[in-house]
Structure formats: C-alpha cells, structure tokens
Design a protein around this ligand. Structure first.
Ligand code: GRF
Length: 191
C-alpha cells in the first residue's frame, strides 16, 4: 500500500510508521510526505529516509486550505499514486476536493478518545476535565473536525501529578503503536 503522509509538526508518527515498515511489520511504502509548514521536522525526517517531500504553504487561511492549495495537494497525492492519505499531525481541515479524490482513503490520528475532546490540545482538555483516562483515536476523515468513523482507539490512564506535557508524551507513545497497527490492518484489507 502506497502511503501519502501529511503533517505540520515533528513527525514522530511518521517515524513510528517508518520503523514498522523497516521491521517488516507493515507492508507499505511511504511515497510522499507533505507539510504546510516550511522546515517542519516531519520534512527532515522524510528527506533523511529518502522520501520525496513537498511544502504546500497556505497563505490565506490559518486552519483550512484555499481551493487552489487543496487542488495542488490532491494533484501531488495523485501523481504519487497514493492509496491511503495518512494525516499525522496535519493542522489543517481538509475538505471535499481531497475527500472526493480519496473516498474512505483518508485517515487521521487524534490525541483523545473521540468523541471526547475534539479540536486542539486534546490532552490539555482531558487534564482540565479531570477524567480518569484518555487516549488516542484513529478515524476516517470526513468533512467535520475529528468526527469521522472510528477505526481504533487506545486508552491512556491519567496519573497523579500529570502535566499537559507528561500526558501528551504518554498519549504519543500509544499513538506510535496504534497508527502502524491500524495501517497494517487497512493494508491487509487493500490486498
Ligand atoms: C499527535 O499528537 C497527533 O495526535 C496530533 O498531532 C500530533 C502529531 O505529532 N494530531 P507528530 O508530528 O506525529 O510527532
């Protein structure tokens, strides 16, 4: 299965996916990595692994994409013959052009047990709400924000003395297991 990765940050989930491929646990190839943030860590990580990268900057909007940039994104993914679009810390809402080009072929990882704590800094929201456990969710992407059909979840308990940083770090460790395992399942079904 040919993966196209979209991210805005450091790319630790891309790192986990690449390690799973390297270890022979995931039968997939990352064929392109795309970021909206010039110089994002995820681009360096991809380049170091020999993966072609693209930076598609959105000059007009903060959290969504203009029609032109989204069309460019679709054409880069199509040119790379991507089977599955994997959002890994991509801080933009994607819309119909991408979703229609890749029906049930766009997934995201979110740092909470959805439907709880949608949106930004979900780990901080969980800590402030005083819940006993939170976690992470892999879901299909639809036109809403963190609303698509859930594929899998992993729980992470809160522990006394947790800070936003300590909780986020434990959630990320759970993400690094969950995301490759969900992609492995989708790759099997894709065969
Ligand atoms: C992850 O915590 C993910 O849940 C959220 O963005 C973060 C991406 O981290 N959507 P990284 O860039 O993969 O390290």
């Amino acid at each position: 299965m040919r993966l196209g990765i979209l991210g805005s940050g450091k790319g630790s989930n891309l790192g986990a996916i690449l390690r799973a491929i390297q270890a022979g646990e995931l039968d997939a190839t990352v064929v392109v990595a795309i970021s909206d943030v010039p110089g994002a860590g995820i681009l360096d990580l991809a380049s170091d692994a020999g993966i072609p990268t693209h930076t598609l900057v959105e000059p007009r909007y903060k959290s969504r994409l203009s029609a032109e940039v989204e069309a460019e994104l679709v054409s880069v993914l199509q040119a790379a013959e991507v089977d599955l679009v994997v959002l890994a810390g991509y801080m933009r809402v994607v819309k119909a052009p991408l979703l229609e080009a890749f029906p049930r072929r766009v997934i995201n990882i979110h740092p909470s047990l959805l439907p709880d704590f949608r949106g930004r800094e979900a780990w901080r929201q969980a800590l402030e709400a005083g819940v006993e456990k939170t976690g992470c969710t892999v879901h299909y992407v639809d036109a809403g924000v963190d609303t698509g059909e859930i594929l899998a979840q992993a729980e992470v308990p809160l522990i006394p003395g947790d800070t936003p940083e300590s909780l986020h770090a434990r959630i990320q460790a759970a993400e690094h297991h969950l995301y490759p395992s969900v992609i492995r399942q989708l790759a099997k079904e894709n065969r």
